[in-house]
Ligand binder design. Sequence first.
Ligand code: ADP
Ligand code: MG
Length: 617
Amino acid sequence: MDIIRLLPDMVANQIAAGEVIQRPASAVKELMENAIDAGATEIVVVIKDAGKTLIQVTDNGCGMSEADARLCFERHATSKIREAQDLYSIRTMGFRGEALASIASIAQVELKTRRREDEVGNLVLIEGSVIKSQEPCPCDYGTSILVKNVFFNVPARRNFLKADSTELSYIIEEFQRVALVHPEISFSLHSNGKQLFKVSQGTSRQRIVALFGNPYTERLVQVETESNIVNISGFIVKPEFAKRTRGEQYFFANQRFIKHPYLHHAVANAFQDLIPENTFPSYFIFLDVDPKTIDINIHPTKTEVKFEDERSLYAILRSSVKQALGKFSLTPSLDFDIERSMDFPEIRPGEAVKVPQVKTNPYFNPFDKESSGPLPGKPVRMSPQQGLEQWSKLYPQEEKAVPELTPVQNDELFPQTTIHSSLDEVPAEPAGSKYFQVNGRYILTQLKTGLMVIHQQFAHERVLYERNLQQQRAGSSNSQQLLFPQTITFSPADAGLFASILSDVCASGFDIADIGGGSFIVNGVPADFGDNPTQVILEQVLESYKDNLQHMNGNNRNRLAAAFARQMAVKPGKYLSEEEMRFLVELLFACSSPDKTPDGKKTFHIISYEELSRTFK
Ligand code: ADP
Ligand code: MG
């Protein structure tokens, strides 16, 4: 007996939907892309309950004929390709003809569409792949698609959806990705009757600023390279604004948002040494390649793509980012005089590619303000002899007289009452200095039983964290009023989050008021805030806070205190006087849990003399 059957359309569509439409955000993306393919110049997205109840996308594009309005819901129905050959020259967002069929199989859909040349439009109602009605209807030219009750007939999927706030953030992300790459189109996004974004036609730079907030005006550095393999354009964000959480890494290939870890590595590599460890550069990079050399069909949602010549792409991308960083004298010691113009020679298939070389100063340390290295801007050219001299500089104390030994005066540093139990010991026989700073980040001091290495930033984080929590609890933080109140602005998505923690931020010593539209006015800052840039610090605090929401246990107050501590702590590379080191160590061991940072990293490490002596056996 034959047992193989063709699946009914409805089932086939639902299976396809499982791949193309994973959540309301996927539907938003597909519908926006269809509107773009239809040549729209204005696209309005309206959602209710994070898209679970309603998604509506309206455009002023080409519209559909009566027959097309019905056909578009058929599987593999597309106007964008006709034969296999066309797959190699795709310039449209869609081409698989799956999106509308998938959406219509798992939701109730209402399509209204009219071509400019037609007198009346068409209204089609379809539910779970079944056309319920089609009739003429008066409407504006263009297309409006209403998607109600996503996954109404697939409860397993509906239950799998996350909280509204999470689903909404996915939608915002898709919206931003699409809007970023089409500055020639106006977009707006409305959620539960509130307008979240409205971006009008403009340049690419204006679009980024409109989506991510005004501060980006000052932060973007243009990247621009043309070669026979790829044309690269877009922006990188200056290294000092690198974030602790991933998020603003945007690659687009032929106007399509893509994820590409290998190319990300190329950019990260260009930023290396310019940004602190554990931070990520932000970038918005548009790659334009011949459609023949890219395979976008390896994944249904088309975010993973394969380039024909990824190695060359990597090299060119890294060079152009480095060049952009250098051009804006962000990397003072990069020597760009040598290669002002980068030209990429014609590369023939099969020919080995020479990676463009950018010369860097091997002694440049961005964290080392007092660096005795060569002057910024001057290329480093050293003879082998000079190289040897550099080596001897590694031992700066060599010729100094041995400091006199002073009698032990131990107890003052670690008052017994505040010492953490595992440290129930005292520094022994300090020789001159009791504290040494090494590598710009560690403090060394000796104990009776060993050598203690303290991580200066982590130690400071612990100190600031406990102090912040104490102040919040006691309501005792005093803020210092600013002579000139400052306005700070967040992206729409961040503004909501910031507003929700505003009272705790204020309890930490800020005097800030929400003035609406994503802006806040800062009237006062904590007394020890110094002249730090408020906007930048608060943005970084918010980034850390977001990071903590995912990775740190405890309540939101703890998370906020930890975020402040992380941003305000001394950073690696900061020179500390002996007095400062002593003070920091004292404060650390006065903490209730001195051994860990708020998020659980070790603050110090003890190497016992036993261990040391074993090493030398
Ligand atoms: P694809 O985009 O891969 O072609 P879809 O299922 O997304 O597949 O859409 C099917 C077809 O419906 C498209 O090829 C297009 O002809 C038509 N269509 C969809 N949305 C619109 C729209 N907003 N305006 C005009 N035509 C549209
Ligand atoms: Mg489509």
